[in-house]
Structure formats: C-alpha cells, structure tokens
Ligand binder design. Structure first.
Ligand code: ZN
Length: 729
C-alpha cells in the first residue's frame, strides 16, 4: 500500500493539468481561428480604373448595384481624425473593445428603456459590417471577441481602412472613396475638413442626407464634430469658421468617365492602375470629340484614337469611340478594339519584311501594270497605272499594284504569319482565303493592335536598316494632295501611313515620332460607307491634331550604322545602287549611289534594265511608264531589250466578260500590245487563225466565242508573244 501512496500523489496533478491545458489550448485555438481569413470574402466591389498617376478615370457599379470601391490600405488623415473623434475617441488605445464606453451605453440604454447608444468601437463596427447579423446582445458579445482578435491581426490604420471601405454612406453608396466621388466629386484624399466631417457622421445615420428633415440634423451633427475637432486642436479657428460655411452636398454626382470604353475592357470588380496618362487622355478625348462632331456633319459618326509610348510600348491615351453623348446607333461600340477592314494600313510591314530579306532594295522599281493573278486584278486608288515605281514611293503613295506584286514575291502565308507575330489577332481565316488581297484590306484589323504593331516598329531600340528605310519612306514629305494642310493646326514631322477600305467604309491614319505612335480610325460603326471618306482626308487631320498635343521633339529616327550604331555594321554594308532602277548596280549602270543596306540585299540581283548603256523597261511597264516620264527614251528603234513586245491587255489567265449592246450583239474587247520599236508591224493570230495586222498603235478589237483561246502576235523580226484567256458564257 505504501508503494501506492507516492504514485497517487504523483498522478493527481498530471491528471488534472492535461485537462486544463487541453481546455485552454482549445479555447486559444478557437480564438486564434475564430476570425475568417478574409472578412469581406463575399463582398463584391465596383470596377475602378485609374490613370498611370493614380487618378480616377472611370468606374462601374458593383454586381449588387452598390457603388463600393475595392478596399484601400490607408485612410486619408482628415477623415481618420474626424471619424475617430466622432465614433471612438479611444480607438488608438483600446484593444478592440472599450468596457467604459460599453458600460456607459448599457446604463444609458437601461435608463431610457431603449437603445440610444451602441458603445461599439470602430473595430466592432468593422466586424458587424463584415457579418451583417442582427443587433442583439449575443451578437454584440461575439463581435466584441472577434474585435479583439482583429486588433491582434491588423494595425489600427488597417482597421480604419477596412471601416472606411465598407461603411454605408446612404443610398447605394458604400465606402469612403465612392462617397467622396458621389457627394463631392473628388478623391477622399482631397476632402476639406467640413467634407471629411460630413462623411464621418454619415454612416451613423446614412439615410439622413436624402431626407429633407434629416439634413438639418446632419448639419448640426457635422458642426458639433467640427467644434470637437477645434477643441481637440485638430483644426485651427480659421479652418473651423470656414468649414461651418460649407454647405452639405446635394444630389449625388456622376463619376468621372474619361475613358469609358477602356474601362469596359478592364477586369471587373477590382481596382486597375492603367498606363493612360490623365492629362493626355483628357486632351486627346477633347480633340477627338471636336473632330468627331465636325465629321458627323459629313455622315461619319464614329471615331477612335489610340496613343502609345514607343519606348514603353504602353497605351497612354485611348478613345474607343468619341462623342458618346451624341445619340446614334453603335455609339456603345468600342471601335478601337473592333475588327475593321484594313485598307492599305498593313503595307509598311510588307515593305519592311521584303527589305529585310533582300527581296527589294529601298527604291527598287516595282511593276505597276494591269495584271491578273488567279482572277485577282488589283487597281490603284486613282485607277491609273504608272508602269514602274520605286518601292519606297509606292509605299508612300500607297499604290496597290506594286504592293500586290511584292506580296506575291514575298508569299501570302509568310506575310500572314508575320502579321500574327506582330500581334494581329484578327486574321481568322486561312492565308489561302485572303490570298493577295491580304495587302489591300482583304483582312480585318483592330486599331489598338495595329497601333501597337506600328509602335513596335518606331520603338525598336536599335532599329534595323529595313525599319529605318520604312520609317523614312513614310515621313511627312509624302503628303497627299487630298488633304487640306491649311486646316491642320500643327504640322509636326511624323512618319505616317493612311488606309481607306473598299467602299469608303474605314479611314485609317497612323503616325509615328521616335517617342509616340498615334492611331486614328474614322467611319461608321454600323458599316455604311461615306463618299469622300479617305484615310488621309478623314483620319489624317485628327492624327495631326493629336500629334500637336504631344511634347515636341526635334529628334528623328536615327539611321542604324551611323555614329553610335556601329554595333550594327556587321549586319549591313555599303553597296553601289543603280539610281534609275534602285537595284544593285550592274556594270552598265551609268549613275550609281552608295547606300547602307541590310545584309540580305547584297545577295540580290543586279539592275536588269540597263543594256548597252540604255535604260529599257519591259514593254508593258514601258507603255505605262512613258507618259509619266517624258525623259524616258527606251530602246527606240534599236530593240535593245531581250523582250521586244508584251501584252498589255489582257494578261494571261484573264476571264473576259464581253459586253453586249442593247440589241444583244456582242461588242468585243480591245486587245493591246506594247512593242519597243516605234514603227513595228504586228500580225495577230487567234487560235492560230490570222485575224489582223497593226502598225504604230497595236490595238485590235475582237469578239471571240465563249471558251478558251490563245492569241499570238508576231513582228517583222519574227519575235512572238502569246496570251491565253477565257471568254465567259
Ligand atoms: Zn541600272
């Protein structure tokens, strides 16, 4: 028995202690985990979009119909001071509950027989806002416990911020930020003392602001609070006197809407800091609205503009559709991110790529003659042909036929991939479906994406020579006549390109300086064309107006290979180029110049047009080239060219539709041949039957029967040329 005694003694405490310890541990754990990780987990917030500087650009109401901005981590000092003074003077010292205040409230409530005071701390109110339970003694006890726990988790500043973000401010206005904008039209950080005091007392009786009899009561409450702030030394006598004079806010104000379409594209229910610059955004919006209101009189309803910083690749101004207040169909459409027909706006990317690969040199002559490529017969905008045009000039003048020749040479699938690599997401069909029309507006593009692709061109830190030549070809000297330059307020040096879609539906203009890229689109969101609408005339002036808003700079794109760009010298070299043809100079080219060229260009073919000291173009090119170049001599009677003659019309593979007269008789079509020699005689054979003879001017009207045909022409020296075509039924 004696042996059991010590055991008994030993065991008594250890048996009890675990019980107490476990009990305490459970309570401690329960306390530790009593507070949800995220107090406002199920709360939905407004979409808030800020400028790069942090200013409010626009906001959208939360899903539950409340103006409740996403929570901030801090509270502006004036509001914090006013709130603590009004709601919870010992906030900075108590541990979440204030027994003195609660006791006082209990006594007051018992005396009056109903609830006159809550005695709740700000911390307890945060808990209540997060739980939304009824106000009973039991709930109040729970809130007290949770409040002490919240104090352990967060700083006082953070707790104030939680309160400010979720307190009700009357109507559907929740949280300080939304209230400051709705009632005073400015951010909470810029509120006056009177305004801060008004918002400090409002959550206590949020309905009073909207009731006529409540307003007087609210004013008195605010003024009592101001007096307390004065007595407490938070404000001086002058501030106090001035604050008393400030009126209460009237009807809620609309929130800023400086970039409505951009806001629509931002993530919902959160705060987003964008790259838009508030000052520029407002200025670009103003220009776009003024221009859009002018254009509206010409039947052009919609206008979009995007400005990008080339150095950062960021969008700094974005007008999705100007003048949203002007009633018309389609005004809600964000045109800047809508796919539209591209017209000629993609041509610079082809020029640059062809140059980079050495397919052309900067001023290589490209053919500009009638051509039929698998049923596709491109025309220039002015419906003329120029025979042969230097590539840079063809780009600057936006000629269609040379662009199609170049694309055929470069390859449609390759160019298609290149556009995708440059960020175009709108090429939804296969390359074959677009074919060569890809370069003439056959594909659709978005203004925001196209502007970004241009910005990447202009912004390359060390531009390639091909990029530099592209920018050089697009610089402002190339001004279309259709633009009335006197109407443009500020003409700045810019590399720019325009585009006009088929049927005058889309007008594009994109301009680049070393710092910025500006993209403008004008037309009708609904798609109807407007006679006279062109990229240069309609979108160009808007682009230049916006350019005038940007900080001026005298810099121009620096040519790679010049001073400071020596690191590029291994990828490019000086070469002799034929001035007349733009090709690498051959032994017979009389006039040459030295050009710095992308290295791939050094592998390209030499000038094919200088023979025996004469500059001679192939017959069809010559035919169209001559009228525009009186200085052109050609081969004359010598027939120096390897090719003596060429069909101008039709080109091989054409399907002809023969016009009929009213009587039903088929009219026939004029077939045309160009011959180098001015006095050649030609004999014509249709399907090997002789059909006619021509001299000096080689034109013959024929009306072949429906079906396939071969037309062969022979000259006096035995040279022949043949064209195959089909006459439609
Ligand atoms: Zn030459």
């Amino acid at each position: 028995m004696m042996a059991g005694q010590p055991d008994h003694k030993k065991n008594r405490h250890p048996r009890l202690r675990p019980g107490i310890s476990i009990g305490l541990a459970v309570i401690l754990l329960a306390y530790l985990f009593c507070l949800p990780r995220n107090l406002f987990k199920d709360t939905v917030y407004s979409t808030v979009v800020e400028s790069a500087e942090g200013e409010l650009l626009g906001a959208r109401i939360a899903e539950d119909g409340q103006w409740r901005f996403p929570p901030c981590d801090t509270v502006p000092e004036r509001f914090a001071t006013a709130l603590v003074q009004f709601e919870d003077r010992h906030f900075r010292w108590h541990p979440g509950v204030n027994p003195v205040a609660m006791g006082r409230a209990l006594v007051q409530n018992l005396r009056s027989g109903h609830v006159v005071s809550g005695g709740s701390t700000i911390t307890m109110q945060v808990i209540r806002l997060s739980r939304q339970k009824e106000r009973t003694v039991k709930q109040k006890l729970i809130e007290s416990v949770l409040a002490t726990r919240l104090e352990l988790r967060y700083s006082k500043r953070r707790i104030l911020a939680l309160y400010a973000s979720h307190a009700p401010f009357g109507g559907n206005v929740v949280g300080l930020e939304a209230a400051a904008w709705r009632y005073f039209g400015r951010p909470a950080s810029e509120l006056s003392w009177a305004e801060a005091a008004t918002l400090a007392v409002l959550p206590n009786a949020p309905a009073t602001l909207h009731l006529s009899r409540g307003r007087e009561e609210l004013l008195q409450k605010r003024n009592r609070l101001l007096k307390r702030l004065l007595e407490h030394g938070d404000i001086g006598a002058d501030t106090y006197a001035a604050a008393l004079e400030e009126p209460l806010p009237q009807a809620p104000l609309p929130l800023p809407a400086f970039a409505p379409h951009y806001v629509e594209n931002c993530p919902k229910g959160v705060r987003t800091r964008t790259s838009l610059r508030i000052g520029l955004q407002k200025a670009v919006t103003a220009v776009a609205e003024r221009q859009s209101d002018d254009l509206a009189r010409e039947g052009v309803s919609d206008l979009a503009a995007v400005v990008m910083d080339n150095r950062t690749g960021e969008v700094v101004a974005y007008v999705g559709n100007a003048s949203p207040y002007r009633e018309r169909p389609g005004v809600q459409v964000d045109i800047a991110s809508s796919p539209r027909s591209t017209g000629s706006i993609l041509k610079p990317f082809l020029y640059e790529a062809a140059l980079e690969e050495g397919l052309i040199l900067p001023r290589t002559l490209l053919p500009d003659i009638p051509v039929n490529l698998g049923g596709f017969a491109p025309q220039n905008f002015d419906r003329q042909f120029y025979g042969a045009v230097p590539a840079a000039e063809a780009l600057a003048r936006s000629l269609n036929v040379p662009a199609v020749f170049l694309l055929r040479q470069y390859g449609v699938p390759k160019f298609y991939s290149l556009l995708q690599a440059r960020g175009l997401t709108t090429l939804t069909r296969s390359p074959e479906t677009y074919g060569l029309s890809l370069i003439l507006g056959g594909a659709e593009g978005r203004l925001d994406e196209i502007t970004a692709a241009y910005s990447a061109l202009a912004g390359t830190d060390r531009p390639s020579l091909a990029t530099w030549y592209t920018l050089d070809a697009l610089k402002e000297v190339n001004r279309p006549d259709e633009l009335d330059w006197r109407l443009i307020r500020s003409v700045r040096k810019a590399a720019w390109k325009t585009g006009t879609s088929y049927g005058f539906r889309d007008a594009w203009a994109v301009g680049m300086t070393p710092e910025y890229t500006i993209g403008v689109w004008a037309g009708n969101a609904e798609g109807q064309g407007v006679p006279g609408l062109t990229g240069a005339r309609t979108a160009g002036p808007v682009m230049f107006d916006i350019l005038g808003l940007l900080p001026a700079s005298n810099d121009w794109f620096e040519m790679p290979g010049q001073a400071g760009h020596n690191e590029n010298s291994d990828r490019s070299s000086l070469a002799k180029v034929c001035v007349a043809s733009g090709y690498l100079a051959g032994p017979e080219c009389p006039q040459t110049e030295e050009l710095l060229l992308p290295s791939a260009c050094l592998e390209s073919d030499p000038c094919p047009y200088h023979r025996n000291g004469e500059f001679v173009l192939p017959p069809a090119m010559e035919w169209f080239y001559k009228p525009h170049h009186p200085e052109y001599v050609g081969a004359g009677k010598k027939g120096a060219s390897a090719q003596a003659m060429e069909f101008i019309y039709p080109s091989s593979g054409t399907v002809l539709y023969l016009p009929r007269q009213l009587s039903g008789e088929v009219e026939g079509v004029v077939f045309r041949v160009a011959h180098h020699s001015t006095d050649a005689t030609l004999w014509w054979h249709l399907d090997q039957s002789f059909v006619g003879e021509t001299r000096f001017i080689h034109e013959l009207r024929l009306a072949p029967a429906p079906g396939r045909h071969t037309l062969t022409v022979v000259d006096q020296d035995g040279n022949t040329t043949t064209v195959r075509f089909t006459v439609a039924e």
